[in-house]
Design a protein. Structure first.
Length: 118
């Protein structure tokens, strides 16, 4: 279930990414290259711990829409990267440990072995 919900979150972020790209494209605004100084600055800020919307408020409140949309693109790419890593870990865990049903059956069998031996 966690894998399914994480994939749904990833798909939702992908839709958001496309919407921001469309917004920029339809207004003939530049989309920052991931290696541009601006994108690198946002990515560096996004790697800091304990980030909240307050950390970006000054940028969003004082910058034009083109810059705000590009900041949102950078942060969405970072969120997608993290979700991709989480999906990979969940898939690995599923392959190694099985799903919830398999784990519950295994736990019940182990319980029976420990408690009903004669």
């Amino acid at each position: 279930m966690a894998l399914k919900l994480t994939n749904i979150a990833r798909a939702s972020l992908e839709e958001l990414l496309i919407d921001y790209q469309d917004y920029l494209r339809t207004r003939n605004y530049a989309i920052w290259d991931k290696r541009s100084p601006e994108a690198l600055f946002v990515r560096k800020r996004g790697r800091r711990e304990n980030k909240s919307h307050e950390d970006y408020r000054a940028f969003v409140d004082t910058r034009p829409a083109e810059i705000v949309a590009n900041i949102a693109l950078c942060l969405t790419h970072q969120a997608n990267y993290l979700l991709d890593k989480q999906v990979a870990q969940l898939e690995k865990s599923f392959l190694e440990k099985g799903g919830l049903r398999e784990q519950m059956i295994r736990a019940r069998i182990d319980y029976r072995r420990r408690n009903y031996r004669r």
